[in-house]
Design a protein around this ligand. Structure first.
Ligand code: SF4
Length: 653
C-alpha cells in the first residue's frame, strides 16, 4: 500500500511533472488544497491547466509545445466501488477552435481551442495509480519520438523503439494502437498502455488516445496533442494500492453502496437494467421509435441531421436487436461490476469477419447519420478507429458533412469524396484521414472551419455560405452527438453549454426529463446546470457516467470520508462541482469563448424536420436564447457567458 505518511488517503498524493523539451521529470507531493477543492481527475486537471494559462497566457496553437496535457485519476479509482476505473485526460483542444476569420458565421468571435476533458476506462487509469502517481502533467515537445514508462520506481522518458514505426502510405508513421500496446505488453508483462495511433501522429484534430486496445480518451484530439509532442505512448505498471483513511468503515460502507448498485441494475423499472445486455445501444431503439421506456422516438439523426427518422424497414439492420445478435461476452473496465455495459462482438463471414467490440450507441447513430445501414461495416469502422486512433463521433459528423458537400457538388476539387449511404466510402475515407493520404483525407482531418475555408477556396465565392451549411460543427464545434438537435430544446442547450464544446452530450443529458415534460426555460436551465455539476463530480471522483448510485447520499459521503478522511456535506461536494465547472468555463473564456459561441445555431438546424413524430420541429433561436439567459443567471455568470471575477472569488477559484 502507498504510505499515508504524506497525509493522503485514497490518493497516491503524488503528481509527476514531465517536461519533454528539457527531458526532465519531477515527482512532487500533490497539492492538498487543490485536491480538497477540486476532488481529483477532471477537476484537478482543470486547475493545473488554469495555472499554466495564468502563467503563460492563452494557448493560441494547441499543437505547439506550450499546450499542456494531463492524464490521471481521482480518489475513488481502483477502489472496490462499482465503475471506479475511469481516468481523465485534459488539454486545450486542437479541434474546438476557430481563430478566424469565418465570414460564414455572422456573430463569429475567435476561439482558440477549448479546455477538453476526456474519460477512459479499461485498466490503464487504475494501473497508473498503482504505479504511484495521481497525475502525469506533460509539457513541451521531445526532439525525437519518445514514450513514457511509469512504474513504482518513477517515471522515465524513453526513446521510442523503431519497432513502433512502419512505413504506411509512403511515409513513416507509428503503428496502430493495438500493435504498440502488444509490443509494450510483451516488454513489460502485466502493464497497460495508452497509445497514439496513426491519426494522432499525423495531427488529425479529432485523434484519440487508445488504451487496452479499445478504451479511448476519445473526444477533442488528445491523440493529436500527443503526436505534436513526439510522444508515442504511456505505459504504466504497478501493484501498490492506496490506503483508505478508515479501512474497516470504507469496506463496510463500500459493500452497502455496491449492493445498492446491484439492486438498481436488477430493477426493470430502471434504465440501468438494460446496460449489462444492450450497453448503450438501447438508445438506438429509444431514439428511433420510443422503445426501452421512451415515448415516440423520431430523433435518431438521418442524412447529416436533416431528419430524425427514416424508413423503419431500413432501420432493422442497424437497430438495438441487430447489435445484440453479434454481441459476445462482457469485457468491462477494471473495477466495473453489475453495470457492465461493454461486450465483445463477432462478425461471421464477409469482408469484415472477425472479432472486436460491440460499437456504442453514438458510433452507430453517427454512422446512420451518414445513411450507412450496414451493421458489419459499422462494426469494422469501430474496430478500425480503435486501431488508427480516431474519435468515431467527430469522424461521423465530419464524414456526414463531406457527404453532403459531395451531394451538393462542392467537392469536385477533392478526389475520393464520399457519398451518402456508402459504407465503402466511409471506411476508405477514415483510413485516408488517419494517414492523411489523399486530398479528401487531408481536407477532413482538420477543424470544421478550416474544412469550410478550404472547400470555399476551391469554389466560386457565391457558394461559401452553402458550403458552410453542410458542416454542423462549424464555429469550433465538437460535433453533435446521436440525438437530433432539432427535437429537444433542453438537449440543444446542453449541447451548447458543454464546457468541452458544442455538440457534447455527456455533460448533461435531458432526454428523459424532456420526454417527461421538462419545458420551461428556467427549469431547463437549472436541469442542465445541475447535471453538468454532477458530471464534473463523477469525472473528478474517477467513476463512470453509468454508476448507478447517488454521490450526494449520506451513505456515499460517509464512504467517501472513510476513504479520504475528507468530510463533505452535500453542499460542500456540490460546491466543488460548481467550482470545477466555473473554472473550466473561465479557461474557455480566456481561450475566446463567450455567449456568441453558445448561441450559435447552425443554419441547417433552423430548417424544420419534415417527417416523423416531431415533424415541424427546429431549433428556435429565440427559445434557445431565453434558455441561455436563464442558464447564465442560474450560474451567476454574465449574460455574455463570462465567469466574472466576483463569481470566481465567491467560488474560491
Ligand atoms: S459501465 Fe461500461 S463504461 Fe462504465 S465502467 Fe462499466 S464497462 Fe466501463
Amino acid at each position: 500500500m502507498h504510505s499515508p505518511a504524506n497525509g493522503f488517503f485514497g490518493y497516491t498524493g503524488k503528481w509527476a511533472w514531465v517536461d519533454l523539451t528539457e527531458r526532465t521529470v519531477r515527482i512532487e507531493p500533490a497539492d492538498a488544497a487543490v485536491c480538497r477543492d477540486y476532488i481529483g481527475g477532471r477537476g484537478v486537471q482543470a486547475r493545473v491547466i488554469r495555472d499554466h494559462l495564468a502563467a503563460n497566457g492563452p494557448i493560441l496553437d494547441p499543437l505547439a509545445p506550450a499546450n499542456r496535457i494531463v492524464i490521471g485519476t481521482g480518489p475513488l479509482n481502483d477502489t472496490p466501488v462499482p465503475t471506479a476505473g475511469r481516468g481523465s485526460c485534459s488539454f486545450i483542444s486542437p479541434l474546438t477552435r476557430s481563430p478566424g476569420p469565418a465570414p460564414w458565421i455572422a456573430q463569429h468571435t475567435p476561439v482558440h481551442g477549448l479546455l477538453t476533458h476526456s474519460s477512459a476506462g479499461g485498466i490503464f487509469p487504475n494501473m497508473l495509480k498503482r504505479a504511484g502517481v495521481d497525475h502525469l502533467v506533460i509539457d513541451g515537445r521531445a526532439d525525437r519520438p519518445v514514450r513514457l514508462l511509469v512504474t513504482e520506481s518513477g517515471v522515465q522518458i524513453i526513446d521510442a523503439e523503431r519497432d513502433l514505426f512502419e512505413t504506411a502510405r509512403g511515409k513513416a508513421c507509428v503503428r496502430g494502437a493495438s500493435d504498440t500496446t502488444d509490443f509494450l505488453a510483451a516488454k513489460y508483462p502485466g502493464s497497460s498502455t495508452m497509445a497514439v495511433g496513426p491519426a494522432g501522429w499525423n495531427g488529425v484534430a479529432f485523434a484519440c488516445l487508445t488504451g487496452d486496445h479499445h478504451r479511448n480518451f476519445g473526444r477533442g484530439g488528445a491523440g493529436a496533442v500527443f503526436g505534436s509532442k513526439n510522444l508515442v505512448a504511456v505505459t504504466a505498471h504497478g501493484r501498490r494500492m492506496v490506503r483508505p483513511f478508515d479501512p474497516a468503515t470504507f469496506e463496510r460502507l463500500g459493500r452497502t453502496v455496491e449492493e445498492l448498485v446491484r439492486t438498481r441494475v436488477l430493477d426493470p423499472q430502471r434504465t440501468a437494467s438494460f446496460r449489462p445486455t444492450t450497453g448503450t445501444t438501447w438508445w438506438l431503439d429509444r431514439a428511433f421509435d420510443g422503445r426501452y421506456m421512451g415515448t415516440v422516438g423520431g430523433y435518431l439523426p438521418w442524412h447529416n441531421f436533416d431528419e430524425g427518422s427514416f424508413d423503419p424497414s431500413d432501420y432493422a439492420a442497424v437497430g438495438t436487436a441487430a447489435f445484440l445478435e453479434i454481441a459476445g461476452r462482457h469485457r468491462v473496465c477494471n473495477r466495473c461490476r453489475h453495470v457492465k455495459c461493454s461486450r465483445t462482438a463477432r462478425i461471421d463471414g464477409g469482408p469484415f469477419a472477425g472479432d472486436g467490440m460491440r460499437p456504442e450507441f453514438e458510433t452507430i447513430a453517427l454512422g446512420i447519420n451518414c445513411c450507412v445501414l450496414d451493421r458489419a461495416a459499422i462494426f469494422h469502422l469501430n474496430r478500425r478507429c480503435n486501431d488508427l486512433g480516431l474519435d468515431t463521433m467527430t469522424l461521423g459528423s465530419m464524414i456526414a458533412a463531406a457527404m453532403e458537400m459531395t451531394e451538393r457538388g462542392f467537392l469536385g476539387a477533392f478526389t475520393g469524396a464520399p457519398v451518402f449511404g456508402s459504407s465503402a466510402d466511409m471506411l476508405r475515407t477514415l483510413d485516408a484521414i488517419a494517414y492523411q493520404s489523399s486530398d479528401v483525407g487531408c481536407l477532413l482531418g482538420g477543424a470544421a472551419d478550416d474544412v469550410i475555408a478550404r472547400v470555399a477556396a476551391s469554389r466560386p465565392s457565391g457558394e461559401r455560405d452553402a458550403i458552410a451549411s453542410c458542416a454542423t460543427s462549424a464555429f469550433a464545434g465538437l460535433g453533435y452527438a446521436g440525438v437530433e438537435p432539432k427535437v429537444f430544446p433542453g438537449m440543444f442547450a446542453a449541447y451548447a453549454t458543454s464546457n468541452r464544446g458544442r455538440g457534447d452530450h455527456s455533460y448533461a443529458w435531458t432526454i428523459q426529463a424532456e420526454e417527461g415534460g421538462l419545458a420551461e426555460a428556467r427549469q431547463i436551465a437549472a436541469y442542465v446546470a445541475e447535471s453538468q455539476v454532477g458530471k464534473a463530480l463523477i469525472d473528478s471522483l474517477g467513476l463512470c457516467d453509468f454508476f448507478a448510485g447517488d454521490i450526494t447520499s449520506d451513505l456515499f459521503l460517509a464512504m467517501y470520508c472513510a476513504l479520504t478522511g475528507r468530510d463533505y456535506n452535500v453542499d460542500g461536494l456540490l460546491a466543488c462541482g460548481e467550482r470545477i465547472y466555473a473554472l473550466e468555463r473561465h479557461v474557455n473564456n480566456l481561450q475566446g469563448r463567450t455567449r456568441a459561441y453558445d448561441a450559435y445555431v447552425h443554419p441547417k438546424l433552423a430548417v424544420p424536420l419534415t417527417a416523423g413524430p416531431h415533424a415541424g420541429k427546429r431549433v428556435d433561436a429565440s427559445v434557445h436564447n431565453a434558455i441561455l439567459d436563464a442558464y447564465y443567471d442560474y450560474r451567476t455568470w454574465t449574460r455574455d457567458g463570462v465567469v466574472g471575477q466576483k463569481r470566481l472569488k465567491d467560488l474560491g477559484v
